[in-house]
Design a protein around this ligand. Structure first.
Ligand code: MG
Length: 413
């Protein structure tokens, strides 16, 4: 089933908010401008009345005033814009939790899962426009389509206060005659590049062999070709969402090579303490551990193994990291650098796969102690509590908050 994506764009956003805050302005030609005191201040937004006189975003105040007699210039008040922006997003979220902001005045909404509840894409877009007008006093242009790129194009097609549907059936007819730079992702230099190969419109872009674009514009060219052909499959990503962390690693490069396993062991312990602390900070458990060892010839080898249980306990991470090192590293050359990395990460809240050899009660107690040590170290300074070995063998200077150090070694993340 194809997706239903909306792009909602609040019209003349800054200027509209200014007119709401000061209703006297609504009857006038208004431009919101930066650096009003200076002649080269520029227009950030204008209302419909000013637009009719040809006032454009990005031109200088001086140019705008020449075109538009009686233009009222006001400075931006961002805190109000942020407030209206937030309230609009709250309205969007009544229809779907998949809301991706694009600047203060625009959002994509994936309403695919909401159409049974609220009606088709056009109906939802019209409803949203009505609600925002009623509750916020602002008008919205909405584009409805089966991908983000076309939804955004749709919101530009009719302004202000309108809904445009770009469907799988009508997209060629509706947008192929438009200049290519109407499409998101095509700035001035890309547009010039396209013009150089005879591409002016979105339709012409869609018809160019994709290889030609790949050669001239690389991956970006291929993406643009896909956009023009209605093949954009990028997701609507809610603002709360952040890319899941795939690994957490800490490493050091030695100024003097490590000459025996004992030295490597101390380093690995220091690194594991840091890795484990970061895991807990992110509420993650590691399912496996990976080590990189670079020797004095600068040859790097990487090994990994599963942990017997998903954990954020530095002791267990260090034990498996060091064990892995002992099993895999044939000591022909001294060691120049070591990295310990926690991989196969899972959220702490997930149920853990139990291993018979692990005393889970004991592990949980150790993890609890780790958490308390984190709190104390946070409060009283890094290294206040640390494994005994680190007191004797190596030092962790507090002046380097991002990592462990031993004299003569530099930490890297
Ligand atoms: Mg806008």
């Amino acid at each position: 089933m194809s997706r239903v994506i909306l792009h909602c764009d609040m019209n003349n956003f800054f200027a509209s908010v200014e007119c709401l805050l000061n209703p006297e302005l609504a009857e006038k030609r208004v431009a919101v401008c930066g650096n009003i005191q200076e002649r080269h201040g520029i227009v950030l937004a204008k209302n419909e009345r000013a637009k009719k006189f040809g006032v454009k975003t990005g031109e200088t105040i001086w140019e705008a005033q020449k075109k538009c007699p009686g233009l009222v210039i006001v400075p931006p008040q961002y805190r109000y814009y942020a407030e209206f922006s937030k309230r609009a997003r709250e309205i969007y979220k009544r229809y779907t939790d998949l809301v991706e902001p694009f600047g203060l005045d625009e959002c994509w909404l994936d309403v695919t899962g909401s159409i049974r509840l609220f009606g088709d894409g056009k109906k939802i877009a019209d409803d949203i426009r009505a609600v925002i007008k009623k509750e916020l006093g602002l008008t919205v242009s909405a584009g409805v389509s089966f991908n983000k790129v076309f939804a955004k194009l749709g919101s530009d097609l009719k302004k202000p206060d309108a809904t445009t549907v770009i469907s799988e059936e009508n997209f060629r007819e509706l947008i192929y005659h438009l200049p290519a730079n109407d499409m998101i992702g095509i700035g001035r230099s890309t547009f010039q590049n396209l013009k150089n190969i005879g591409v002016d419109t979105i339709g012409e872009l869609a018809a160019v062999p994709v290889d030609t674009l790949r050669i001239r514009l690389g991956k970006h060219g291929e993406a643009l070709w896909r956009y023009a052909n209605g093949l954009d499959d990028s997701r609507v990503i809610p603002e709360e969402y952040s890319e899941p962390i795939k690994s957490i690693g800490r490493g050091i490069t030695a100024v003097r090579d490590l000459v025996d396993a004992k030295e490597v062991h101390a380093v690995m312990l220091a690194l594991s303490v840091e890795v484990a602390r970061r895991l807990r900070e992110e509420n993650l458990f590691a399912g496996a551990v990976q080590i990189s060892v670079r020797d004095s010839r600068l040859v790097t080898r990487e090994f990994q193994c599963a942990l017997p249980i998903e954990t954020s306990n530095s002791g267990l991470i260090e034990k498996y990291a060091y064990d892995l090192f002992c099993r895999k590293y044939s000591w022909e050359y001294n060691v120049r650098s070591v990295t310990v990395r926690a991989i196969k990460l899972v959220q702490c809240v997930c149920a853990r796969q139990l291993d018979m050899q692990i005393d889970i009660g004991r592990l949980e107690r150790r993890e609890k102690i780790d958490g308390i040590a984190d709190m104390i170290n946070k409060r009283y300074g890094k290294g206040t509590i640390k494994p005994m070995t680190l007191f004797s063998d190596i030092h962790i200077p507090q002046s380097r908050p991002d990592g462990a150090l031993i004299p003569g070694f530099n930490i890297r993340t």
